[in-house]
Design a protein around this ligand. Structure first.
Ligand SMILES: [Zn+2]
Length: 129
C-alpha cells in the first residue's frame, strides 16, 4: 500500500485536528499545514493519506463525516468513535477494523476506516504545531 494525495478544506482539517476553523486557517497561513490558496482565495490542504485501498465514494463519505465532526479520537491511541449515518448509534473504528455492520462483514472497507486514514494523515501537522 502506498500513500495517495488527497486535498481537503480548512474546515475538514479543523475537524481532523479538533480545532476551530479559525485556528486551521491560521495554521495554513503560518505554513503549519501543507496548504495553498486556490484562485478564489480559499485554502486547499494537501494530505498524503493511505486511502488507496478505499473506493472514491468511501473517501467522499469519510470527508463528509470528518467535516461534520462525526468521528472523534478516543483516549486510546488509534481508536476513534464514529456516529452512524442515522445518528442513533456510534461505532468504534480503527485503521484496520470497524464495529459498524458493514465493517463487521470483514473484507468490506467502510468509510469510517477511510476517515481514520485521513485523520491519521492530518495528525503530523498537529504534532508540529
Ligand atoms: Zn465502519
Amino acid at each position: 500500500m502506498s500513500g495517495a494525495t488527497i486535498q481537503v478544506t480548512t474546515r475538514e482539517a479543523a475537524a481532523a485536528h479538533g480545532v476551530s476553523l479559525r485556528t486551521a486557517q491560521r495554521w495554513a497561513a503560518q505554513g503549519k499545514l501543507n496548504a495553498v490558496k486556490d484562485t478564489s482565495g480559499r485554502w486547499i490542504i494537501t494530505l498524503t493519506a493511505d486511502v488507496t485501498d478505499f473506493k472514491p465514494a468511501a473517501i467522499d463519505k469519510a470527508r463528509e463525516l470528518i467535516e461534520q465532526g462525526g468521528i472523534l479520537p478516543t483516549r486510546r491511541p488509534g481508536i476513534y468513535t464514529a456516529v452512524s449515518s442515522d445518528g442513533t448509534t456510534t461505532y468504534l473504528v480503527h485503521r484496520s477494523a470497524c464495529s459498524c455492520p458493514a465493517g463487521a462483514r470483514g473484507r468490506f472497507r467502510c468509510y469510517h476506516r477511510a476517515a481514520v486514514a485521513i485523520l491519521q494523515a492530518a495528525s503530523p501537522a498537529r504534532r508540529a504545531a
